[in-house]
Design a protein around this ligand. Structure first.
Ligand SMILES: *Cc1c(COP(=O)(O)O)cnc(C)c1O
Length: 307
């Protein structure tokens, strides 16, 4: 369901960071984000087990990946989204021939409704908290292991922690246990930073960041447990920094991605203890379709005005 993505060395980012920076370009997945990996794998497995319908409650990249996988596998898909979901997001999911049901004011209500649709012949595809998903996301590291020597650090964004868990699984299954992980979030969506500080998942009262794909109010338990097995450094950037990261990616590499992804590029400008020491760094360019050039330029202009 996913494609093998390029790994490129960014000469411009390397020059400003003072280290070798490689970009793993998952923005070029057919669904625009890395979600194609884990969601695709989960859908294939559920299909093998006899599922005749896939159900999702994500109006974002996860829902789109379920819709895409369902179309490719010939399995009908229903995505329940809240009223706040943009026309554009609904259209992208419908273009993948999935049924979109709009229900409730927030994701919580849409999700509750989605769960009532479940029966013995359908499978619910969770956006981040599912071992099947992590096993699929781990293919990102399998590819890295074919493309390069082990880096000193991998930089990635954290929403609910599915990508993080998948990369952890991939590092383990490739024997790359010494690679440090830099886990990046935006302020207002920093559920992982708070979970690491508390030693257990913490429920944020609300999400106040524009990086909607990082907007899980609580990370999965496995993401917290992983910090016992790997050196994981949590980094929190501002929305303005995340948008600046998107602008850098666009200007230097002509790739448009969400602030959820720009956050990881923004982390390179922070001299964290891991990044200050690392000589070779892989940044997961996780992508995201929830942005267009107009939106990005509007955010950029708004943040420039404020500073
Ligand atoms: C889903 C997503 C994330 C966060 O991934 P989690 O597995 O929820 O941690 C980050 N960026 C993009 C573009 C996403 O779609």
């Amino acid at each position: 369901m996913h494609v093998e993505t390029p790994l490129i060395e960014s000469m411009s980012l390397s020059a400003s960071a003072g280290a070798q920076i490689f970009l793993k370009l998952d923005a070029v997945q057919p669904t625009g984000s890395f979600k194609a990996r884990g969601v695709g794998y989960a859908c294939v497995e559920h299909r093998k087990r006899g599922a005749q319908r896939f159900i999702s409650s994500s109006g974002g990249n996860a829902g789109l990946a379920v819709a895409y996988s369902g179309r490719r596998l010939g399995v009908p898909v229903t995505v329940v989204v809240p009223k706040t979901t943009t026309q554009r997001a609904k259209r992208l999911i419908e273009l993948e021939q999935a049924e979109v049901i709009v229900h409730g004011e927030s994701w919580h209500e849409a999700n509750a409704m989605a769960l009532t649709l479940l029966d013995a012949s359908s499978a619910f595809i969770h956006p981040f908290d599912d071992p099947l998903l992590w096993t699929g996301h781990a293919t990102l590291v399998d590819e890295l292991a074919r493309q390069t020597e082990p880096p000193d650090a991998i930089v990635l964004s954290v929403g609910g922690g599915g990508l993080l868990c998948g990369v952890g699984e991939g590092l383990k299954r490739n024997g790359w246990n010494e690679v440090a992980i830099v886990a990046v979030e935006t302020l207002g969506a920093d559920s992982y930073a708070q979970a690491l500080a508390a030693g257990k998942p913490v429920l944020l009262p609300a999400i106040t960041s524009i990086a909607s794909s990082l907007g899980a109010r609580q990370v999965c338990q496995q993401a917290v447990d992983l910090a016992r097995e790997f050196q994981i450094e949590s980094v929190v950037v501002s929305d303005a920094q995340a948008v600046a990261g998107c602008m850098t990616l666009l200007d230097e590499h002509r790739i448009l991605a969400e602030p959820a992804c720009g956050a990881s590029l923004a982390a390179l400008t922070q001299k964290t203890s891991v990044l200050a020491r690392a000589k070779r760094v892989v940044v997961v360019v996780c992508g995201g379709v929830g942005v267009n050039q107009r939106q990005l330029l509007d955010w950029d202009a708004a943040f420039r005005l404020k500073t």
